[in-house]
Write a protein that binds this ligand. Structure first.
Ligand code: NAP
Length: 286
């Protein structure tokens, strides 16, 4: 079986690396805050000294970190992935970034002789734990084929979307829509409850109709319980809204609803809810 590197043990990376270990892969982990690696070593992982060391040692190295700056930081410098990757080895970045960042990383990896795939994921903490993510892959097709067994351990589907940039773009479309939906959902819940309607009844009626979806169900429970335990950090959603709006600027696509939703997420960060779940945007709206 191929050897796998895994960089980034945050909410998503922890769950994904665990699933790879449970599927029997030989996994080497690295995280910026090294203490987080101990729990993985305890269940059979190796601890890599640096992104460079992991990329040099493993057939395919996966990464999932916060944002474009973090994704670039992993690759650059004397201890970065690019310094270690070597001829023919694979690097799969699963962070949510913009297409320009992904293309910059792809160029650096391929110039160093490696192969690159972008593969951001749709789905949050629970699907990551359950191995039911939707993996949006684009880039080197031979690496995609070789990574498919590992994708199977982390996700329920992994469509191949073509050239580098298209995985990133697909992911931004998904999250831009999710951010907009969450805002209007929070407005509807606030309006209904202020008008004297029962929150559980509002949710049940929405769930029985054409607007039923797992997000309204899950986030609805959080709103009613006033419990914003983090599955998807709000600061990362605002990053995705910002990147989607920048793509809209580039392509001259008007995005008035996404722009309005982005402002609410910005306000939520300003009010101190950056590390809470995306559902905490409700605290600004209600
Ligand atoms: P998270 O819990 O905040 O974890 C972030 C990870 O990035 C940590 O391992 C952190 O290391 C690392 N990191 C941050 N800055 C870094 C840097 N400069 N250099 C190296 N490592 C750095 O985030 P998450 O929820 O797992 O999300 C990770 C990515 O997946 C993001 O792009 C997010 O948009 C995307 N995503 C998240 C979800 C979700 O529901 N959570 C769903 C789909 C996609 P430390 O431990 O040292 O801080």
């Amino acid at each position: 079986m191929i050897s796998i590197g895994f960089l980034g043990l945050g909410i998503m990376g922890s769950a994904m690396a665990k699933n790879l270990l449970q599927a029997g892969f030989d996994v080497t982990v690295w995280n910026r805050t090294p203490e987080k690696c101990a729990a993985f070593v305890a269940i059979g992982a190796h601890h890599g000294a640096s992104p460079k060391a992991v990329a040099a040692h493993c057939d395919i190295t996966f990464a999932i970190v916060s944002d474009p700056a973090a994704a670039l930081a992993l690759c650059q410098g004397e201890e970065g992935v690019v310094a270690g990757i070597g001829e023919g080895r694979g690097y799969v970045d699963m962070s949510t970034v913009d297409d320009t960042t992904s293309k910059t990383i792809a160029q650096a990896i391929t110039q160093a002789g490696g192969r690159f795939l972008e593969a951001p994921v749709s789905g949050t903490k629970k699907p990551a734990e359950d191995g039911t993510l939707i993996i949006l892959a684009a880039g080197d097709k031979s690496l995609y084929d070789e990574a498919s067994h590992a994708f199977g351990a982390m996700g329920k589907m992994s469509p191949y979307l073509g050239d580098i940039g298209q995985g990133a773009n697909m992911k931004l479309v998904v999250n831009m829509m999710m951010g907009g939906m969450l805002n209007i959902f929070s407005e509807g819940m606030s309006l209904g409850q202020k008008a004297g309607l029962d929150g559980n009844q509002i949710l049940a009626i929405i769930a029985a109709g054409a607007m039923a979806n797992p997000m309204f169900k899950g986030k609805g429970a959080m709103l009613l319980n006033d419990d914003y335990t983090t599955s998807f950090p709000l600061k990362h959603m605002q990053k995705d809204m910002r990147l989607a709006i920048a793509l809209g600027d580039q392509l001259q696509q008007p995005l008035p609803n996404a722009a309005a939703a982005n402002e609410t997420f910005k306000l939520a960060i300003k009010q101190g809810f950056a590390d809470e779940d995306i559902a905490a945007v409700h605290k600004v709206i209600r």
